[in-house]
Design a protein around this ligand. Structure first.
Ligand code: NAD
Length: 380
């Protein structure tokens, strides 16, 4: 008898005890789908850098480098779960395509879930679990690294070195000490940035957040005041209808002349064309982007291996302009990319899958959608 046949009744019994304890009512269909140790997971957007972490944590999953989209959803046929990353596309019609192929769970290997149509997932009986935090300081440190690289012209210096140019003109930076940083979004990552800059660089720290935190080490002000007073503005907000396009022509006009703007949150917080105009006018002195409004067509791809026709199909003029500007630094969504964060992502993703398969009650910050309950429980 196979071990899965032995385990299945035990797992079903555990699920039944959870129900008896008054846990949320699970529909019989969903319990049947979840209480299976044979549950299969299809991992989209698998990268080689995850070999040592995710593949070890989920050794029986099927791995593909394909990005989830309407064109690739059929790969999930025969799998109970799909595991996706930030730039996978799980909008409504893709969720429908997954549901039609029997998928019951979307496992996000990230915190943000703006790429998933959560309401559609609930309607289609698909739960959505995420990794709410994975070494947030990794992202805070990357934001600080971007500001320092831009402020001290490190990329320009390296480019000059390659050309045998050891001159100094054009490389003058400013000391961070005594300058003001505006942290927009003072959650886990924003607070990390604030602490590094206050304690390590003796910067003055201003913050703006819809929900102010007691342990923020700076002074809360309105967004307008933060923009008017900050030498560096760093964005650490989720992408929501409220925050989408927050940095636009109007808000850039409110910034101090010569601001360094850093975005490591979500690309759509910043209107990139407006930011380019801000760079031309000098309102923005330097721009650091780890995320970009059109990143799902660009990031994680190698354009140098495409032929011209393929390349021009996805060519992005705005990115081409940004890439040509020495005062712009773009990193391809790498702020999270540390061994520590990858370990956390793998560990929590495997635990989310285990909990779901075991039919355990889904609760906590990792639950975006619990499709077994009918009332809205989508977290924000
Ligand atoms: P968090 O939930 O701890 O903090 C987000 C903060 O934003 C909260 O304090 C919240 O109150 C505030 N907020 C939400 N909506 C707001 C609004 N409309 N106006 C003002 N404040 C608002 O999240 P976190 O872990 O600090 O992550 C911040 C962002 O970083 C996430 O949205 C995530 O998408 C992004 N992120 C990027 C990477 C990367 O590799 N580049 C990695 C992880 C997370």
């Amino acid at each position: 008898m196979s071990s899965s046949v032995v385990r299945a009744p035990l797992i079903a019994a555990r699920a039944s005890r959870a129900r008896a304890r008054g846990a949320r009512r699970l529909s019989s269909v969903i319990v049947a789908a979840r209480a299976s140790s044979d549950a299969r997971c299809f991992v989209f957007s698998a990268h080689r850098y995850e070999d040592e972490t995710l593949r070890r944590a989920l050794p029986n999953a099927t791995y593909s480098s394909a990005r989830l989209s309407l064109d690739t959803a059929s790969l999930a046929q025969g799998h109970d779960a799909v595991c996706v990353f930030v730039d996978d596309d799980a909008r409504g019609e893709v969720v429908d395509a997954l549901a039609e192929r029997g998928v019951k769970l979307i496992l996000l290997r990230c915190a943000g879930f703006d790429n998933v149509d959560c309401e559609r997932a609930r309607e289609r009986g698909i739960s959505v679990l995420r990794v709410p935090a994975y070494d947030p300081l990794s992202i805070s440190e990357h934001a600080v690294a971007m500001m320092m690289s831009l402020n001290r012209h490190l990329c320009a210096s390296r480019d000059r070195l390659r050309m045998g140019n050891f001159t100094l003109d054009g490389l003058v930076g400013s000391s961070m000490r005594g300058k003001t940083v505006g942290v927009v979004g003072t959650g886990k990552i924003g607070r990390g940035v604030a602490e590094i800059l206050k304690n390590g660089f003796q910067m003055r720290v201003l913050g703006y957040d819809k929900f102010e935190k007691d342990d923020f080490c700076g002074d809360y002000v309105s967004l307008d005041e933060l923009l008017a007073r900050s030498d560096v503005v760093s964005l650490h907000l989720p992408l929501t209808p409220e925050t989408r396009g927050m940095i636009c022509v109007e808000t850039i006009a409110k910034m101090k002349e010569g601001t360094i703007l850093i975005n490591t949150s979500r690309g759509l917080l910043v209107d990139a064309r407006a930011a380019i105009d801000g760079l031309y006018s000098g309102r923005i002195a330097a721009l650091g982007l780890d995320v970009y409004e059109n990143e799902n067509r660009l990031f994680f791809k190698d354009f140098s291996s495409m032929n011209t026709n393929e390349r021009m199909l996805v060519w992005d003029e705005t990115m081409a302009i940004l890439g040509s500007m020495p005062q712009v630094l773009v990193t391809p969504h790498t702020a999270f990319l540390t061994y520590e964060a990858l370990d956390e992502i793998a560990k929590h993703t495997a635990e989310n899958f285990r909990q779901f398969c075991a039919g355990e009650r889904l609760e906590g910050a990792n639950v975006v959608v619990d499709a077994s309950v009918s009332a809205a429980s989508t977290t924000t």
